[in-house]
Design a protein around this ligand. Structure first.
Ligand code: GLY
Length: 367
């Protein structure tokens, strides 16, 4: 049975996220029922060369079955495809195919494909309709929902992009079975983050089911995805364009997380593992500042352990990490910005300067 979560946006606009097993086979009929995606339209499916052999033929068949005229573009798998060069190739291909403003872009893949296809959809002919079909746990619970699109520059990740909301998100749980363990655990870190910022109810549920999730209980995973999407939909509804500050909470664990990815080399550590370590450091920092107590810190870290997100051993030098953090695009006036939690669902934003960060990182590494 599928779960439907509605993401409400300013101006009364809304879209559905459906979560269930086998949904790709009904993608065409689900889309055709949405007025903005009427079936006479032409569809471009953008995927990558890992995902396409597994799910592209079924996706195209499901779309053709209800009358869509379908083309596809397959980009190389990996972060390097989130570039202006690849976006340019896709725009050129779309123009050569004669796609007009009435076309629909379907993103079939993980975060890289979702961000690239979203960016292309937001800019081709000043914007065409977008459908997200996330194929990783991470993209189901985070990047496919909420409308952030991006490509990377040499100077950093996600430096060029737009807010462009999808008209529909199809989270087919059956595709999770093809994920490797690293991808799986990566998604669990974002689910842990959502529960910690979200609510006692979500956090306690996740703590109870963490060991099942670590060994891939797909029933528990569907519930965890649904709870994470409900949480994210609520945050996006309150701060769609990240202007009021509410959406900032989604960066919990990401300040050190992004710095670790940069300092260790992108791809060396998974995004999820880096964010998990970032949450461990954030709660250490919150304790040092007298914001969080030891019970909360222990409960958070036990959850991460139970999910299989073990603490990292050696970290890069405090100086390298601080350098990356104060140059992050979310830093302000040379200070890194941290989301700190005093307890589950109680967060605040703290700007922290170099000296405090260096000494906290040294203490964290030596603990
Ligand atoms: N992944 C963070 C956000 O959607 O705002």
């Amino acid at each position: 049975m599928a779960t439907k979560v509605i993401v409400g946006l300013p101006g009364g606009v809304e879209y559905a996220v459906r979560i269930g097993s086998g949904l790709i086979d009904g993608l065409g009929s689900s889309m055709a029922a949405i007025p903005a995606l009427a079936p006479h339209r032409r569809v471009l499916v953008i995927s990558d060369d890992n995902v396409a052999p597994l799910y592209l033929p079924r996706t195209k068949a499901a779309l053709r079955a209800v009358g869509y005229q379908v083309a596809d573009i397959v980009v190389p798998a990996g972060e390097a495809s989130k570039s202006l060069d690849i976006a340019h190739e896709v725009w050129d291909a779309m123009a050569q195919l004669g796609l007009e403003r009435s076309c629909v872009v379907v993103a079939l893949g993980g975060g890289v494909v979702g961000d690239l296809a979203g960016f292309v959809a937001s800019s081709y002919m000043r914007g065409v309709a977008l459908v997200q079909v996330p194929t990783t746990l991470l993209s189901m619970v985070d990047s496919s929902v909420g409308g952030k699109t991006a490509v990377n520059l040499a100077a950093g990740k996600n430096l060029v992009g737009s807010f462009w909301q999808p008209s529909y998100v199809c989270a087919d749980q059956a595709v999770l079975e093809s994920l490797d363990d690293r991808e799986w655990t990566c998604g669990l870190a974002e689910i842990a983050k959502s529960s910690l910022i979200g609510s006692d109810d979500f956090f306690f549920w996740l703590s109870e089911h963490a060991r099942d999730l670590a060994v891939r209980d797909y029933g528990a995973a569907a519930e965890a995805v649904a709870r994470s999407v409900v949480f994210k939909a609520d945050v996006v509804a309150r701060d769609a364009m990240e202007t009021s500050g509410v959406r900032t909470c989604l960066n919990y664990g990401h300040t050190l997380g992004h710095a670790l990815e940069k300092a260790l080399g992108y791809g060396t550590v998974s995004h999820g593992h880096a964010v998990s370590e970032g949450m461990r450091f954030a709660v250490f920092l919150a304790q040092r500042r007298g914001i969080a107590g030891s019970d909360f810190a222990a409960a958070q870290n036990e959850l991460l352990d139970a999910l299989g997100l073990s603490a990292m051993g050696m970290l890069p030098s405090a100086e390298d990490l601080v350098e990356a953090m104060v140059h992050d695009k979310k830093a302000q006036r040379g200070e890194a910005r941290f989301v700190l939690l005093s307890d589950v669902a109680r967060w605040e934003l703290a700007c922290i300067g170099r000296d405090e960060l260096v000494s906290a990182l040294r203490a964290y590494s030596e603990r």
